[in-house]
Design a protein around this ligand. Structure first.
Ligand SMILES: [Zn+2]
Length: 166
């Protein structure tokens, strides 16, 4: 816990989901247990990790509380998707078609890798649909985290404008 910190002049850095670290995280200011830690930096006080209320107070914004809401919403929608009866499961491969994407997850030794396939429109005189895919280089520790990652990609504006509406 840190005291006598400046009350203003903080810059928001990032949000960390501490469930992935496996340790109980506490706010550096009020010592409350917090799942999401928000890193703030100050030219004189350095970097601190705080809960959403303290982050909002110090930055004078609602950046942290908005990020927490988004993260919670993403998590609950991912849980719903994960429970869909439409998943096809063969051996160590799980596959689901969802809103123009094919989510393909392969489990190896308790780790999960993702391949997300979709069709995009190629520029040219004729509309040609081209199949593309995203395969992050790293592996995920659970189906929940891999589906959350996939959902983030599927909902990003970048893909929305190219996607074939199925
Ligand atoms: Zn706090």
């Amino acid at each position: 816990m840190r005291k006598n910190l400046p009350r203003e002049g903080w810059t928001y850095l990032q949000q960390i989901d501490t469930t992935e670290t496996g340790k109980t995280a506490r706010c550096d200011i009020c010592n409350k247990v917090t799942r999401y830690k928000h890193l703030l930096s100050h030219p004189k006080a350095g970097i601190i990790g705080v809960g959403c209320k303290c982050a909002d107070n110090l930055t004078g914004t609602d950046i942290a509380s908005k990020k927490d809401k988004l993260a919670q919403s993403l998590e609950s929608r991912s849980t719903t998707l994960l429970q869909s009866p439409k998943w096809k499961h063969r051996g160590n491969v799980y596959e689901l078609s969802h809103k123009g994407f094919v989510i393909n997850i392969t489990e190896t030794d308790g780790w999960y890798s993702l391949k997300l396939t979709f069709e995009v429109l190629k520029d040219g005189d004729f509309p040609i649909w081209e199949t593309q895919s995203i395969s992050p280089k790293y592996r995920f520790s659970s189906m929940q985290t891999v589906v959350q990652y996939a959902m983030n990609c599927m909902e990003s504006d970048y893909y929305a404008k190219y996607l074939r509406n199925i």
